[in-house]
Design a protein around this ligand. Sequence first.
Ligand code: BES
Ligand code: ZN
Ligand code: ZN
Length: 500
Amino acid sequence: MIPSITLSNKEQELEHLVVVVSKLSKLPAGIFNSAEKKYLKNQIENHKKEVVSFNRFDYWVFLCFIKEEKDSSKRLESCRKAGDTIAGCLNAHKALRVAIFDVEGMCSEILAIAEGMALGSYQFLKYKKDKDNENTLKEIEIYSKALEEAGMDQPAEDQGKNIPHAASRVIRPAELNILLNAVARCRDLVNEPNSHLTAVSFAEEIEKMAIDSGAVAEILNKQKLEALKMGGLMGVNSGSTEPPTFTVMEWKPADAKNKKPFVFVGKGVIYDTGGMNLKPGDSMLNMKCDMAGAAAVAATVYAVAMAKLPVHIIGLMPATDNRPGMKALVSGDIITMHNGMTVEVLNTDAEGRLILADALSYAAKFDPALVIDLATLTGAAVRAIGKFGAVAMQSKAAEELETLKSSGFKVYERLVEFPMWDEYGELVKSDLADLKNLGPSEAGMITAGKFLEKFTDYPYIHLDIAGPAFLDKRDSYRGQGGTGYGVRLLFDFVRGVLVR
Ligand code: BES
Ligand code: ZN
Ligand code: ZN
């Protein structure tokens, strides 16, 4: 559980308090005495602190100082990080509740601080008996005249109704709450080890998310996948003792603003041993994260449905583990995919593109306006840009990718575009089959994207999230382990449909 965020207009009681200002001259009268003001001024001006804290009796007071920063993306990110720092301190002091006081009407900044506090309080303690270090923070209350006046105290379901146009660009606390809970559910799924998650139980978890949110889920089982001739998914699954699944999750509200749906496809490799091309040494560590794309897609549909956004979206989540069982694929095998194309499997560790290719060709039946896939697809993407963003590529969706990139800056799940040049496509053509699943050693994230593109004929965006999906070391509110990367990005993109 992460703390909830609510907008409050009740009289303030004495409780842990965060005061947010952009200038020292704005320090509200009546909250700080002159000694405190002097201390705050010194910490901010001379020690360049952005968060200053002190305690009064049994509660803590934080001053969050928003430095001048013209780039709103960077400014909001510092707010999230400040929120994480504050939450760390509050949790260390076993605080249950905190109030954030908006002095200057900085709506987005206040919400970003709350966001960082909530996400930074996330923990995965399911398998720990000793819960002494469990975070205590449960409630984040925002006191903001500006948010109230903008009608932001409305419940999430009223999206688009009676809300002034401009105000709806800012996410409402009720919606933010839904979104952050979806991120936490995504992280939970990614952090779940293979010993406790199979393709079948993963599909059942997604089904639960559909039931909770009012979306519709359908699980295609092994028999159905055989009938659909999903040779990629079946091929990868052939070394496993657990059957594969393919979950379709749909949110189709009667008042949808889009005629054709947005389809999101997520790589759901429950665990990637590499298959017969077994991953060597440490490289198998953390491969429970290989379903992070599918988890992000499920959590996005869940969040959009929970918030009742009037946008028609569909999530496709092919799932299996990749293991070197007796019937596993071996190098040189040729498989026939859902769309009839043949693929020479040169490396069983390049399995993600095989299961995604089937899902992408299946996506065509929904006549999509746009398909976006999310996949922990290549080590090459990690080597190219590290953990601070995802690799993006597009075909027939240049404008859509620009929009998605700006969502990326806004929520700080940034994207770096790589090319879909034809020459890279030549590198995955096979002598024996239509395609091969392995390109040369260079530009691996691009040849993987080109491979996938062959299974699409609609506007398409490919996101390789192998870098940012999972962190070995804690990084502020992104946490340690599964980050939930992609959920806030896609949610903002979907929400954007309503204000674009
Ligand atoms: N799941 C891995 C990619 C990955 C690497 C995810 C690091 C997260 C962190 C993927 O299935 C894989 O093994 N890719 C291979 C492809 C290669 C054999 C063409 C890789 O990148 O090494
Ligand atoms: Zn692999
Ligand atoms: Zn993989």
